[in-house]
Each structure stands twice: as structure tokens, then as C-alpha cells.
Design a protein around this ligand. Structure first.
Ligand code: AMP
Length: 436
């Protein structure tokens, strides 16, 4: 299947070609024709499936048929609501990329930055507004935004917006929009609250379900290293020093991620933290530094990392396990994207056994439990129950090579090869010693 058959204009197809997209992802193939036909849509798809292009492309086609630039609208014609400012910025970046041969004015509206520039942008006129619900509501109350001409509304990561307590704000925004409009709702999961929202605000939506809720890419290898709580930092350093790939490290708390980042920096690693207490500028800079390779390790909390658009990240490390099993899936969504191989490592202390059990139940798949030599915990993890995996001694010959010997600039291939090797160990007969 190629993009040509989906009914998009040459201006959009050219932008996709320049992006190197050769074929639509499943959510794009399913959603684009439905949106172009003018239907409301409820799509079950999580980050990493290509969902942004799945709504942005047909949106652009609907607003600018055949790629024709319209005179700039005085009032915005499309509204995209997202849970976080990072996601809003990334969605706008995608819209810009895909519309570069059309030329579309868009604005992002989110909290944590001054109102002034947003008011100016809205006053100058934009076609598409990408906003978080709280700040948009502020603008509505000050009458600095007029949503009376909205033709298309998109709710991106609707489940997350509800998790973050945005339901009242969303309802007020939704009530202010013209009844005659197209509404697209994207969500990883469909709770009864989301269905109720859809019932109230959508017209006869078509439904598509791409990734099963709570599934992760099949190209991701999951691994758990049991470790004493107090040895976690050293184990993390050990792993990071063995493998020079760009790595996203998850911490549960803002304070924890700051502290860890400082410790990593002290040990000579180039690290940055991204969490809710950082200013928008700091977050943008940390992400840009990570993307450009100036920083190798990005330490993030769950909320801050949500929606981060980082391509083909080879490795994610959970320094702490998330409190909620679903967040494991969101975290791991950063690796193994678009068919590339990924590795998800979790450092698990005894205090986190319960969390690990929940994650395994949710994933419905085995996670290799491997002790790392020199970091064996004083007591083994207790993971009895269905799907109990047997701990084995980690065999990391591939990674033990001194870092300097690894060819730089070819990191992805190196990593893919390493992953294959890991796979074959798991598939073969590990010389595992069962923990007593
Ligand atoms: P998303 O699920 O929207 O966050 O997209 C995940 C990543 O996949 C983004 O980095 C996109 O640039 C990329 N992507 C989206 N669609 C395609 C496609 N058809 N081919 C290749 N990469 C894509």
C-alpha cells in the first residue's frame, strides 16, 4: 500500500516523500480515508503508531483541498487538543512538516509561558490551533481566541487528557465549538469516560482500533535486572558505560530525576533531565540536545516524557518502575518504533516486585529476568504466579567490550546486532542459575 491511493494531494505526497515515508502505517491507512470522507472518528492508537500523521494529513487535505492555499482565515478553522505542551509542540512541528508545500499558519497555545506572544499570534490570524485544554480555556475566558469557525476538532491522547484532570476544561471547550464540525478522537485506551465524552460530543463516529490497548511493539526486548535499591545508580552507570546508545531513563519523581542527572554528569556522562518543574525553554533545550546527540542520556518522569517524539530510540531504562502498569507501556512506546529494534531494561528492587508482577500481567508476555554480575541482589525477586520467569545470569559479552572499540556512527546497526544476539540467548538454552 502506498500513500498515493489514499486521496491526498500532490503537495502533501511530496512532503511525505521528503520525510522518507514510503508507506502509510496501519492507523494512517485506516484513518485517512475515513477522515477525508468527512466522518467523525474514534481511533484506538498509541504513540509510535504514526497517529499524528493519521489525523494531520487528512486534516490538511480537508482544510486545503488539492493543496490549495486559502486566504488566511481570521478565525482558526481547526483545533487540536493535546494533554501536554511537549505534545502540542510536536504536533505543530508535524503539521508544519506535512504542510510545507501548502504554507499553513498554526499556533500552539499552552501554559507555562507568557500569554502575550500567543495573543499576538492569534490576533495575526491562524488556521490551526494546537492547544492544551487549560490554557485554551484561559484564552476563551479573556476572549483572545474565537472558536466559532472551527470545522475540525481533534482530541489527541484523549485518555491522557482525562488522566490529567482536563475533563471539565475539555467539556467547556467542546461546548463552545460549532455543532457542525468534524471530530476526531485518538486514544490509546477507551474507558467508559471516553465513550461517554464521545457519545455527548461526536456524531456517529466510525471506530478503528490499531494497537491493542496496552500492547507494545513486538520489536522490543524486555529485560529486568534485579538489584538492591542502593546499588541501582551504580548498575545504571555500568549499563550506560557499556552501551553508548542514546538512552532515555525513567524516574518516578522530579526530585529523583534531578538527583540522578547530577550523579550521571558527575560520572562524566552527558545527561539532562526533563520533568514538570523545568521551564518550557529548559525542556525544549533538553529534548533538542538529546535529539542532536549533544546529550546521551535523558532522564524523564512519566508525565514529561509523554508524547516525546524521539525517533528509533534503541534503549529505554526504567530506573524506577512506574506506579501504574500502563505507564510502562507508555514509557516503552519510545523504543522499537516503526519496526526498529528496541531494548527496554528495568532495574527492579525487591520493593518493586508487586509493580513488576502487574506489568507482566498487563503485557501478557515474558520478561527476561537477568542478574548482572557484580550487582546481584542480596535477596531474589519473588515473582511466583502465572508466567513466572526464571532469573538468569546476564551474559553481556557484546556490551563488555570497551566502549572505545565500538564503531561510532554506526550505533544503530551495532545495536540491532546486539539485540539479535540477546534474542538468540533467550531463545537458546541459557546457562541460567535459578535463584533459590
Ligand atoms: P506518532 O505515533 O505520531 O508519534 O509517530 C511516530 C513516529 O513515526 C514519528 O517520528 C513519525 O515521524 C514517524 N512516522 C509516522 N508515519 C510514518 C510513516 N508512514 N513512515 C515512517 N515513519 C512514520
Amino acid at each position: 500500500m502506498s500513500f498515493d491511493t489514499l486521496g491526498l494531494s500532490p503537495a502533501l505526497l511530496r512532503a511525505l516523500e521528503e520525510q522518507g515515508y514510503t508507506q502509510p502505517t496501519p492507523v494512517q491507512a485506516a484513518a485517512i480515508p475515513v477522515v477525508l470522507a468527512g466522518h467523525d472518528l474514534m481511533a484506538g492508537a498509541q504513540t509510535g503508531t504514526g497517529k499524528t500523521a493519521a489525523f494531520a494529513l487528512p486534516l490538511l487535505e480537508r482544510l486545503y483541498p488539492d493543496g490549495k492555499r486559502m486566504p488566511l482565515a481570521r478565525r482558526p478553522r481547526a483545533l487540536i487538543l493535546t494533554p501536554t505542551r511537549e505534545l502540542a509542540a510536536q504536533v505543530q512541528e508535524s503539521v508544519r512538516t506535512y504542510s510545507k508545500h501548502i504554507g499553513v499558519k498554526s499556533a500552539t497555545i499552552f501554559g507555562g509561558v507568557g500569554m502575550g506572544p500567543q495573543i499576538d499570534a492569534l490576533r495575526r490570524g491562524v488556521d490551526i490551533v494546537v492547544a492544551t485544554p487549560g490554557r485554551l480555556l484561559d484564552h476563551m475566558q479573556r476572549r483572545t481566541v474565537d472558536l466559532s469557525d472551527i470545522e475540525v476538532l481533534i482530541l489527541d491522547e484523549a485518555d491522557r487528557m482525562l488522566d490529567m484532570g482536563f475533563l471539565p476544561a475539555m467539556k467547556r471547550v467542546l461546548s463552545a465549538l460549532p455543532a457542525q464540525r468534524q471530530t476526531l478522537l485518538f486514544s490509546a485506551t477507551f474507558s467508559s469516560e471516553i465513550k461517554a465524552l464521545a457519545n455527548q460530543f461526536m456524531r456517529n463516529p466510525q471506530e478503528i482500533q490499531i494497537a491493542k490497548p496496552n500492547s507494545v511493539a513486538s520489536t522490543v526486548t524486555h529485560r529486568v535486572h534485579p538489584v538492591n535499591m542502593e546499588a541501582k545508580r551504580d548498575l545504571l552507570l555500568h549499563l550506560l558505560n557499556l552501551d553508548g546508545s542514546q538512552t532515555l531513563v525513567f524516574c518516578r519523581t522530579k526530585h529523583g530525576s534531578d538527583k540522578l542527572t547530577k550523579q550521571l554528569e558527575k560520572s562524566g556522562l552527558r545527561a539532562a533531565a526533563i520533568h514538570g518543574n523545568k521551564s518550557q525553554n529548559q525542556r525544549t533545550r533538553a529534548l533538542a540536545d538529546f535529539k542532536s546527540g549533544r546529550v546521551n542520556v535523558l532522564v524523564a518522569t512519566d508525565i514529561a516524557a509523554r508524547g516525546l517524539d524521539i525517533d528509533q530510540l534503541p534503549m529505554v531504562i526504567n530506573f524506577d518502575l512506574p506506579m501504574v502498569a500502563e505507564d510502562y507501556v507508555h514509557r516503552i512506546g519510545r523504543t522499537g518504533r516503526a519496526g526498529s529494534e528496541g531494548l527496554a531494561i528495568s532495574l527492579v528492587s525487591r520493593a518493586e516486585e508487586g509493580l513488576l508482577r502487574d506489568i507482566r500481567k498487563l503485557l501478557k508476555q515474558d520478561i527476561a529476568i537477568e542478574n548482572v554480575e557484580g550487582f546481584e541482589p542480596s535477596q531474589p525477586l519473588r515473582l511466583d504466579g502465572p508466567g513466572g520467569a526464571r532469573p538468569q545470569q546476564a551474559r553481556q559479552q557484546h556490551a563488555r567490550r570497551p566502549h572505545a572499540q565500538q564503531p561510532r556512527g554506526n550505533g544503530e546497526h551495532e545495536h540491532a546486532a546486539a539485540n539479535k544476539q540477546r534474542r538468540s540467548w533467550r531463545g537458546g538454552k541459557p546457562s541460567a542459575t535459578r535463584q533459590s
